[in-house]
Write a protein that binds this ligand. Sequence first.
Ligand code: ZN
Length: 130
Amino acid sequence: MKIAFKKVGPNKKQVHYEKEGLSIDGTLQRGEKSLVDLGARMSGRIEVECIRCGEPFWLDVDEALHLKLSDGVYTGFDEEADVVEFYDGSIDMEEIIDSESASIKLDYHICPACKQKEGEDDGSTKETCE
Ligand SMILES: [Zn+2]
């Protein structure tokens, strides 16, 4: 799903996009410095790998997503949010959801079974080698 930068004005525009069980719901709005604000909620499930046992499992995702979208190269720095650049005059929601899910996958995740095992050990959260 692509949305032309030209079509995003100062009034909030609803946006909804779903891919592989993840969805983004929110609004696009032209902000300062020619950037477009994306204020959204990302929710759904994503398959990640457990760092302990290496098994894939489904992680529930429900988090706020705030990005600034730039029509072309953005040379400044924004303190409020990450700036994502698009080079063909339109906002690609698929690219946003792909990069967000990729960054979630890069985080450390522990599957419920390993979490439970940890809890049964001695209640502490220290790292254990098996
Ligand atoms: Zn595990």
